[in-house]
Every structure is written in C-alpha cells, then in structure tokens.
Design a protein around this ligand. Structure first.
Ligand code: JB2
Length: 222
C-alpha cells in the first residue's frame, strides 16, 4: 500500500469494483476511516441493501466538497469500467478539482517491481504482477491475477481485466479495455480507446478506436 498523509479515504462508486478495492484496503489496514460514496439518493438507497458496502456509506457525489472540508483527505475512483471509462474520467476530474489526494492502491498479495512506475489512482488487484520497467498510467486498473511483464507502457484509464497476460514491452493507449484472460504477445502496440474481447490472443498491432477479439485477435468493428 502507498502511504498517505490522510488517514481517511472515500471510495467513489459502490458496486463490484468497490468491493474489490475495499477488500484490499481492509487487508492492508492503511486507512483509519473508509467511506463509500453513492452517485445520488436513489443509488444510496440501493447500496443500503448491499451488505458489503452499507456500513461504509457516508454520502453522495454532491456531498464531496463538504466531506473534503470535514477531513476526508483522500479519494479513489471505485466505479469500474468495461470498455467505457467516461464515468471514471468524470469522477477523476471532480475529485481532482476539489483537491483530494488520490493514492495508488496495491493489494498486499500483488507483486510490483520497485522499478515500475505507477500513476495516481492506479489499482493493482490480488495476485497481479507488474514487472520491472513498466509504466502504468493514472487511474488504470490492473485487475486480479493480471501479469504485466517487463517494460510495458500502459496509458491512463486503461483496464487490464483479470487473468490477462501482457508479455514484455507491450504498449496500450489510453482508455483501452483488455478483456479477461487475454494474451498479448511481446512488443505489440494496442491503440487508444479500443476494446479487446475476453480470451483474445493478440499477435499483431491493434489500432485506435476499434473492437477486436479472437485467436488470433482481429478487428471486428471500427
Ligand atoms: O458517477 C458516479 C457513478 N456512476 C455509477 N458516482 C458514484 N458515486 N457512483 C456511481 N455509479 C455507481 O457505481 C452505480 O450506481 C453502481 O452502484 C456502481 C457501479 O457498480 P457495478 O457493480 O455496476 O459496476 P462496477 O463499475 O463497480 O464494476 C464493473 O467494473 C469492474 C472493473 C463490473 O462490471 C465488474 O465486474 C468489474 N470487475
């Protein structure tokens, strides 16, 4: 876990991805207070029925400025994304504008090289590996069991889904989604804003703004 000056952290978005991040925080014991933020009043009521997050609910997005002034110093985007990171981007700009400190959160079971560089807001899940020389852009998700081999370049707001394998020196453009269990050959370049379907085997470069999947992975839609 990264050490933060603030011992209170707000998790923005209370669904499945929040469950994963919350578990990592509880296992790491790095924060004194953890709060979960719902989108609005309706969402707050929905989350009151969620036995995992209900005890942590402290407010809705509209309360964020007030909570910041009440010593909630850190915030983290726990809305996930499957191919459309616009919600995460919106929350990111809101918490940055208010002035929250945005940590990097690494599960204690993950292995992250000391010579890897991780941006703010990155989440590295259970048993994931980020090897030497990698750069992971801000607000990216390296999900459970993903392997990011040496010298990969992953841009901002990328989601590497569970169990994916990036062999060395792969580069991935911003906002791209790599589906679960995908394998990406060494030195492959995948563009920005693209979606690679689950279980794909990527052996040729993939351009920007496309949907591609299969073995071998092929562009299906521009
Ligand atoms: O702007 C928002 C906002 N938009 C949606 N602010 C806040 N505070 N919350 C927001 N939400 C809420 O996030 C939704 O109302 C819902 O309660 C929650 C999203 O939950 P869901 O379980 O649908 O998705 P997720 O984003 O947590 O998880 C997806 O992405 C993960 C990476 C899932 O598909 C997971 O399977 C995946 N592992």
């Amino acid at each position: 876990m990264s050490l933060e000056i603030s011992k209170n952290i707000l998790l923005i978005g209370g669904g499945g991805h929040c469950h994963s991040v919350l578990d990592t925080l509880l296992r790491s014991d790095s924060y004194e207070k953890i709060g979960v933020i719902a989108k609005d009043a309706d969402n707050y009521r929905e989350l009151e029925a969620d036995s995992i997050v209900s005890n942590y609910l402290v407010g809705i997005d509209a309360d964020l400025s007030v909570l910041f002034s009440e010593h909630w110093g850190s915030a983290f985007i726990t809305l996930g994304s499957i191919g459309d990171p616009s919600g995460r981007k919106h929350i990111g700009s809101v918490i940055q504008e208010i002035g929250f400190s945005i940590p990097t959160i690494i599960d204690p079971s993950a292995i992250v090289s000391e010579q890897a560089n991780l941006g703010v807001g990155v989440f590295v899940g259970k048993n994931a590996i980020v090897n030497i020389g990698c750069r992971i852009g801000s607000h990216s998700i390296i999900n459970t069991g993903a392997i990011i081999e040496h010298d990969c370049r992953i841009n901002d707001f990328v989601h590497i889904s569970p169990g994916s394998l990036l062999c060395g020196s792969v580069s991935i453009g911003e906002e791209t989604h790599i589906g679960a269990g995908s394998v990406i050959r060494q030195c492959i370049r995948i563009g920005k804003n693209s979606l690679i379907g689950a279980g794909s085997v990527v052996v040729t470069d993939i351009p920007d703004h496309v949907t591609a999947y299969g073995n071998p992975c092929k562009v299906i839609e521009q």
